[in-house]
Design a protein around this ligand. Structure first.
Ligand code: KG4
Ligand code: ZN
Length: 334
């Protein structure tokens, strides 16, 4: 089964060609046009997807003839609707004009499906964390069919807090990776920061107060390395203590982590250490597949097709900005 997968939910244009869950070819283009604005400008993002998507599709199809594609898959949401519509409309049109099927995929479920590949099967039950620029949520998974939401952030996502704190310090955009690098030279105990919603038994997060405390510390003269190190330490402790508490509570065998923030070096190091000590099998994507990519969309489609080989989404499949509910499923349209 050949799948051509497209991801355009925010500011990365990505295309992947898969044979079942295995990558044959993949491309990601990260938009740099937003740097001067300090945040994603939706209209610029949509227009750039329009320009770049056909180029990436052509590059990926160097490895296969388009007649060999069985299914087209694209992210339907959540994300920026103008951006989503570019990839979604392209994939629907490609499927329709070639008489092939189309699948609309949920972006959050796709992040988790980067770990879907029967080569190294996940042992369920699993506790899963999606930690990105737009989301910070913990799920319970008993199979790949769906994930049950245990709790989310009440305000900012962890990546958003990283980006806003980096911006205060003038570290560039998106700032998560810059702050991560700056933190390596700092002392994590130098700046005293609060741990909002710090009770590890509560699977919810709150990062906006932490961001404000970091701003006050910056204005009071904290250095870039020390503030970065203290901020990173606080966020990583909150993420790991809450995730692993849920993993113990549901007697998980595996711990799955996905989303851009799991490229963070301290988070990766501590997760590996803690999961080894506590006996959980850890699934952590490589850094390229932590941030938005199309392989995860293709793998979510592969999982749907493995369960139901005849699955398809309707041609009316629409984009959606937000996901709400308790049950996260890979095949989703509005
Ligand atoms: O998953 P992603 O590519 O897009 C969303 O779906 O949001 O995540 C992007 C987020 C940004 O907030 C970015 O700053 C953050 O991931 N990020 C990091 C690191 N690398 C990327 N945050 C902390 N440390 C990093 N090394
Ligand atoms: Zn994402």
């Amino acid at each position: 089964m050949r799948i051509l997968a497209v991801e355009t939910s925010c500011d990365d244009t990505a295309v992947a060609l898969l044979s079942s869950c295995g990558a044959i070819a993949e491309r990601v283009h990260s938009q740099e046009i937003h740097e001067d604005h300090g945040g994603v400008v939706p209209e610029l993002a949509s227009r750039d997807h329009m320009k770049v998507l056909p180029i990436l599709v052509n590059e990926v199809l160097q490895s296969a003839d388009s007649s060999e594609i069985d299914v087209y898959a694209a992210t339907a949401g959540p994300g920026l609707v103008g951006s989503l519509l570019v990839g979604l409309s392209w994939a629907k049109a490609a499927a329709w004009s070639s008489g092939k099927r189309f699948l609309g995929i949920n972006h959050l479920a796709a992040h988790l499906h980067i770990h879907y590949c029967p080569d190294r099967p996940v042992d369920f039950p699993a506790a899963a964390l999606i930690v990105s620029g737009g989301h910070t949520s913990i799920f319970r998974m008993d199979s790949w069919k769906s994930a049950v939401l245990l709790g989310s952030t009440r305000d900012d996502a962890a990546g958003e807090a990283f980006d806003k704190t980096a911006k205060i310090m003038g570290l560039g955009y998106p700032g998560g990776a810059f702050l991560d690098a700056a933190a390596d030279d700092g002392d994590p105990s130098a700046v005293r920061l609060p741990s909002p919603m710090g009770d590890r038994t509560v699977p919810e997060f709150s990062f906006s107060g932490l961001k404000t405390a970091a701003k006050l510390a910056w204005e009071a003269g904290a250095s870039v390395p020390d503030l970065s190190a203290s901020f990173r330490r606080t966020v990583v402790d909150l993420l790991i203590s809450k995730l692993l508490h849920q993993a113990r509570r549901i007697r998980a065998r595996s711990v799955l982590v996905a989303g851009g923030v799991c490229a963070n070096s301290l988070l990766r190091k501590e997760l590996r250490l803690e999961c080894r000590q506590q006996g959980f099998s850890l699934f952590l994507p490589d850094r390229v597949h932590a941030t938005d990519n199309a392989l995860m969309v293709g793998r979510a489609a592969a999982a749907v097709l493995d369960r139901d080989p005849g699955a398809s989404s309707p041609n009316s499949c629409n984009a959606f900005a937000r996901w709400s509910g308790d049950l996260l499923e890979p095949l989703t349209c509005q």
